[in-house]
Design a protein around this ligand. Structure first.
Ligand code: SF4
Length: 231
C-alpha cells in the first residue's frame, strides 16, 4: 500500500488542514501570472523563467521573449540562443535558462511534432513521465504544467510550499518532494489543490520566510507548532 506521507507529521486537532486553508483564503487572494494561459508550452517556458527569481522579473522576461519570438517550439528551437539570452536577461541565470528553453523546444518539436497535446491524451503518470523526460524539467515544473493546463489533481511543491508545510506540521520534517506532494494531496480534495499551492506560496513569501519569519503577524500563528515568540 502506498504511504500518504503523513507518518511523522505534527497534526493536532487545531491545525487541521481544513482550518489552515480557511484562514489562508481569508488572508490572501493570490493570483498567478501562470494562470494567464492554458497553453502548456507557454506554461513550460514561464516555469523555466520563474526559477530562482521573482514573478515580476519572470513576467518581464516572458514579455520581452514574446516580443522577440513567437512562443512556440518551432520558433524557439530555431532561435539563436544568444538572442533568447538577451531577451530574458532580467530573469537571471539567463544562459542556463535560454539553453533550457531552446533544448526543450527542440525536443518537443522532434519528439512530439511541436505539440504538447500528449498531456491531454495520456494518463497523469504517463504525461508526467513524458514531461520529466524533457531537458531540464523536474517534478515541480511537470506538476505546474499539469495543474495549470489540465486541472490534473497534483500539487507542485516549490521551495515555499516545502518550507511552510513542514513548519505547519502538515508533513514530516525530512519529507522529500514526492512525500510532501502525496501528503498534501491526501489532506485536501483535488478541487483545492491549486488553491493550496498558491496560498502556501503566498504565506511563504509574506510571513513564513526562510529567514526573518513574521510569526507574530502571521494569520496562522495561533495554530502553528513552529511559531516563534518574537519576529
Ligand atoms: S507562525 Fe511562523 S512558522 Fe508558523 S506558519 Fe506562521 S510564519 Fe511560519
Amino acid at each position: 500500500m502506498l504511504s500518504n506521507g503523513l507518518e511523522g507529521a505534527n497534526l493536532t486537532a487545531k491545525n487541521t488542514p481544513k482550518e489552515i486553508l480557511r484562514i489562508l483564503r481569508s488572508s490572501f487572494s493570490p493570483s498567478s501570472w501562470m494562470s494567464l494561459t492554458k497553453d502548456p508550452f507557454r506554461i513550460l517556458v514561464k516555469t523555466v523563467l520563474s526559477q530562482a527569481t521573482t514573478d515580476r522579473n519572470a513576467a518581464a522576461a516572458f514579455r520581452k521573449l514574446s516580443a522577440r519570438f513567437r512562443i512556440t517550439p518551432k520558433s524557439l528551437a530555431k532561435a539563436d540562443v544568444r538572442e533568447i539570452e538577451k531577451a530574458i536577461v532580467i530573469a537571471g541565470l539567463h544562459r542556463n535558462k535560454s539553453r533550457a528553453i531552446k533544448d526543450i523546444s527542440r525536443k518537443v518539436l522532434e519528439q512530439f511534432d511541436g505539440s504538447m497535446g500528449f498531456i491531454y491524451s495520456t494518463q497523469f503518470e504517463e504525461a508526467r513521465k513524458a514531461l520529466l523526460d524533457l531537458p531540464g524539467v523536474g517534478p515541480k515544473t511537470a506538476d505546474v504544467v499539469l495543474l495549470f493546463c489540465t486541472d490534473t489533481p497534483t500539487i507542485p511543491i516549490d521551495t515555499h510550499v516545502k518550507r511552510v508545510s513542514k513548519r505547519l506540521g502538515l508533513v514530516p520534517p525530512n519529507a522529500s518532494y514526492e512525500t510532501i506532494r502525496r501528503a498534501l494531496q491526501s489532506l485536501y480534495t483535488p478541487k483545492d489543490y491549486l488553491s493550496v499551492h498558491l496560498m502556501l506560496i503566498s504565506l511563504g513569501r509574506e510571513y513564513c520566510r526562510a529567514r526573518k519569519l513574521l510569526c507574530i503577524r502571521c494569520p496562522l500563528s495561533k495554530l502553528c507548532p513552529s511559531r516563534q515568540m518574537e519576529d
